[in-house]
Write a protein that binds this ligand. Structure first.
Ligand SMILES: NC(=O)c1ccc[n+]([C@@H]2O[C@H](COP(=O)([O-])OP(=O)(O)OC[C@H]3O[C@@H](n4cnc5c(N)ncnc54)[C@H](OP(=O)(O)O)[C@@H]3O)[C@@H](O)[C@H]2O)c1
Length: 275
């Protein structure tokens, strides 16, 4: 851990993770905690945030630095612009100087094709994955500029690089995240502020359960015959990017399971070269 993540570089830093109540966000929180960072964990579900906070506090104690960072949780609905605007004031003063913003909250609904997509679900995906992410980033980029220091890490997706049938709205939202990330990277080139886009392929979390509106069997089928990425696999990429020396910016990372090669090309069954 110390070698790969250079935990010393993260000890004492403050990291805000959105969508920290489960999946990639929760795994990321725990890895940052292990590296001695303090955490601000946000999501809508407080009970799940409390669980992640407990695990992060434990990881903090057992971590490489032995120094306990602080962990606070704040409920935040990324669809609610008012809540986003008020977030900075709700952060305890000693953690208000955030070093790393991890824009992780996001979701997909359904496989319906254009013409049959529920209008409310379109709003939820666009407001969560794009509008909320942009509003929150505006706040923290302003803060980062005041200190000429900071790091924005956006969760993109292979869906933000390659559109697929049955994913038009989600793909559109993730293309927007990739474009936003790219503009921000260019805007901040004269600042000591880093911008990273991490684009995962298939990660087994609650993501597909949400996509299939709670149908766990349908969600399981997505990963049939494949060893998908775990939330921790992506958390490692996020924490790795954040722990590079300050002059190193990991701009783009595309991460697949070894049995996936594009949004729609994957190999189910043993990877034995067809023998
Ligand atoms: N899993 C994959 O295959 C995959 C692939 C590529 C990219 N990604 C991206 O990775 C990110 C994390 O996904 P995951 O796989 O970890 O899925 P997950 O397990 O379903 O977690 C999603 C997280 O987003 C939060 N969230 C959803 N809507 C929210 C809202 N309106 N306000 C605040 N938080 C909200 C959820 O918290 P609450 O419900 O408590 O609010 C939850 O913590 C997403 O941006 C997703 O698009 C995932």
């Amino acid at each position: 851990m110390a070698g790969v993540f250079s935990a010393q570089r993260l000890a004492g830093k403050t990291v805000l993770v959105t969508g920290a109540s489960g999946g990639i966000g929760a795994a990321t929180a725990i890895l940052f905690a292990r590296a001695g960072a303090s955490l601000i964990l946000t999501a809508r579900r407080q009970a799940q945030l409390d669980e992640v906070k407990r695990a992060a506090e434990q990881a903090n104690k057992e971590g490489a630095t032995g120094k306990g960072g602080k962990v606070v949780t704040l409920t935040l609905d990324m669809q609610d612009r008012k809540q986003i605007k008020g977030l900075l004031d709700r952060i305890p003063e000693e953690l208000r100087e955030v070093d790393v913003l991890v824009n992780n909250a996001g979701l997909v609904y359904g496989r319906e094709q254009v013409g049959d997509i529920d209008e409310d679900e379109i709003d939820t995906m666009i407001n969560t994955n794009v509008v909320g992410l942009i509003s929150l980033t505006q706040i923290f980029v302003k803060e980062f500029k005041k200190r000429n220091r900071g790091h924005v890490i956006n969760l993109g997706s292979i869906a933000g690089i390659e559109p697929y049938a049955g994913g038009s709205i989600y793909c559109a939202t993730k293309h927007a995240v990739h474009a936003f990330n790219g503009s921000l990277l260019r805007e901040l080139v004269g600042w000591n502020i880093r911008v990273t886009c991490i684009a995962p392929g298939m990660v087994e979390t609650n993501f597909s359960i949400t996509r299939f509106r709670g149908d766990e069997d349908a969600a399981k089928k997505v990963y049939e015959g494949i060893t998908p990425l775990s939330a921790n696999d992506i958390a490692e990429e996020i924490v790795w990017a954040a722990s590079r020396p300050e002059h190193v910016n990991i701009a783009d990372v595309l991460v697949f399971p070894s049995a996936q090669a594009s949004a729609i090309i994957n190999h189910r069954g043993p990877q034995n070269g067809g023998k």
